[in-house]
Design a protein around this ligand. Structure first.
Ligand SMILES: Cc1cc2nc3c(=O)[nH]c(=O)nc-3n(C[C@H](O)[C@H](O)[C@H](O)COP(=O)(O)O)c2cc1C
Ligand code: SF4
Length: 493
């Protein structure tokens, strides 16, 4: 592992009195009328624990109940698919048959938090992505031959008959990479070297052209199911690499009134929000997770995000949760047989910053939340703004709240490292917090679609528990954070 470039900032934790009087641990009422006990927030994190057909499993219940024991103000359940179609072990909400499991999940969080934590579910749509193909199979089966391919290989080798498909495919398969990059169209080259990936701009495909007419209903159905399952609200996933963020992207040049200009790009996201609102009413919390900066070449910046935030606030969204990056456009090339993963390039590091990056991760994305919040406040909207990204200390969180940079503080990896950290800080036991190291062991597991765990759980656990904890499929890692007093533990070298 490389050497961390940034040490964890030292923290002087508040005593119980200071914590009690802090903004961090004061309540907040959302525009929907829902009151949160405090400003602490566990944002969505996919743990790779759903069943292969998208149902809640006992491991999911354990995962969320453990977070709930720390009694944060809010937990947002992982990105959950709104369609009724297979998507591997990702949680789904696209049919009523998912309701019983989702009700159990709500019950687990109520039980774990003693009713203190509000529970939202993040609802997502995503487009097809395929694994990077074996070159031989790509040329044999997947590539649709065009006149350019035929003429290209015939120009390279006059013995190849351009009308003979088999000969053209074989000639292409025999070319070196530099020649192929010349012969293939940019999208074909990408299909070969990264794997096929649909885009919202592929309007020549019927199902992509139809997205504006199908997505509002699908999101509204999902939100209604969330309400029926007993959640306190939904978070519409308009961030990172997925369908709705791609509509908002500055790279969206759809010609049908849903791309090319900022107002056209925000049109479908607003239509989805309106459809959800119509279905679930004004008192069911409906928030949005969006990007404050796409962090890719030619992508949107905080100015675009502020414009969108303005539109969402005017449309009555209940909160805006600000993230950054996490795009496919700059993802690292996957191995043959693997799919591209949107958190591997520079934009991925912007989303889940580490101590190995040039910039220190601590509070890295707060300026985006601050700028967006300032813009919507100028318009007179009180919409709460959630900040995330490298927040693992009380003073960083509290100073952001006091400065008006955010209204709510989300901590994903810090809550993973120590789900009790909110309680420890609230009770003046901050010195016992196991602080996230921001080395992204957890994210590497996510990348390989393995059950997400934290490296700290195994290092510090052992001895105190009377029953052995459930372990990962490889038998090597515990699946939930230990329930042990951390006090006596010292940091391993
Ligand atoms: C394992 C893992 C899974 C994640 N899954 C999601 C997700 O489903 N939806 C989402 O919006 N963000 C997801 N994120 C991003 C986090 O919500 C958060 O924005 C990011 O980790 C930065 O916050 P942090 O520095 O507090 O970890 C995930 C992060 C991790 C580490
Ligand atoms: S594995 Fe644990 S310590 Fe490491 S980045 Fe993830 S949450 Fe933090």
């Amino acid at each position: 592992m490389p050497r961390p470039l940034h040490p964890l900032p030292p923290e002087t934790w508040p005593d119980a009195r200071e914590a009690r009087g802090s903004l961090m641990f004061s309540p907040l009422t959302l525009p929907s009328g829902l009151t949160l006990n405090e400003r602490s927030w566990v944002p969505a994190m996919v743990p790779w624990r759903a069943s292969d057909d998208g149902h809640v499993t006992p491991a999911i219940l354990d995962w969320y109940e453990r977070f709930a024991e720390g009694q944060p103000g809010v937990i947002v359940v992982e990105a959950t698919g709104i369609r009724d179609m297979p998507s591997g072990p990702l949680l789904r909400i696209g049919h009523d048959r998912f309701l019983p499991g989702l009700r159990d999940l709500v019950a687990a969080v109520r039980r774990g938090s003693g009713g203190a934590t509000r529970l939202f579910i993040q609802v997502i749509d995503f487009l097809a992505i395929k694994r990077r193909p074996e070159p031989a199979r790509f040329f044999e089966r997947f590539l649709a031959l065009t006149p350019a391919h035929r003429q290209g290989v015939a120009a390279l080798d006059p013995r190849v008959d351009p009308a003979d498909d088999e000969a053209v495919r074989a000639a292409l398969a025999a070319c070196d990479l530099a020649t192929l990059e010349e012969l293939l169209a940019p999208r074909e080259w990408e299909d070969l070297t990264m794997g096929y990936r649909e885009r919202v701009t592929d309007v020549h495909l019927d199902h992509i052209a139809m997205l504006p007419s199908v997505l509002p209903r699908l999101f509204a159905d999902a939100a209604e199911r969330a309400r029926l399952a007993g959640f306190d609200g939904v978070e519409l996933h308009y961030a990172h690499a997925y369908t709705m963020a791609s509509f908002l992207s500055r790279r969206n040049d759809r010609p049908d009134g849903y791309g090319q200009t900022p107002d056209a790009r925000v049109r479908l996201p607003l239509e989805v929000l309106a459809a959800v609102r119509d279905r679930v009413g004004p008192t069911f919390t409906t928030g949005i997770r969006m990007l404050g900066d796409e962090a890719i070449d030619g992508g949107g910046t905080v100015a675009d995000a502020a414009h969108y935030a303005r539109c969402f606030a005017a449309a009555g969204v209940d909160f805006l949760s600000i993230s950054r990056g996490g795009k496919f456009e700059d993802a690292r090339q996957p191995a043959v047989g693997a799919a591209a993963y949107p958190y591997t390039g520079a934009s991925g590091h912007a989303c889940m910053p580490t101590v190995f990056d040039a910039e220190a991760p601590f509070g890295l994305n707060l300026p985006l939340a601050a700028a967006i919040r300032a813009t919507i406040r100028t318009d007179g909207h009180e919409t709460p703004v959630v900040a995330s990204g490298g927040i693992n200390g009380f003073h960083l969180a509290e100073s952001a709240l006091k400065a008006g940079h955010a209204d709510l503080i989300a901590a994903a990896r810090q809550s993973l490292a120590d789900p009790d950290w909110w309680t420890k800080v609230r009770e003046g036991r901050g010195a016992q917090v196991q602080r996230c190291l921001y080395t992204n062991y957890c994210e590497a597991l996510d990348q390989r679609h393995l059950e997400v765990t934290c490296q700290l759980w195994d290092r510090w656990a052992g001895g105190e528990e009377t029953t052995p904890p459930p372990m990962s499929k490889d038998g090597r890692r515990r699946l939930t954070a230990p329930r042990v007093p951390w006090t006596a533990r010292t940091r391993p070298s």
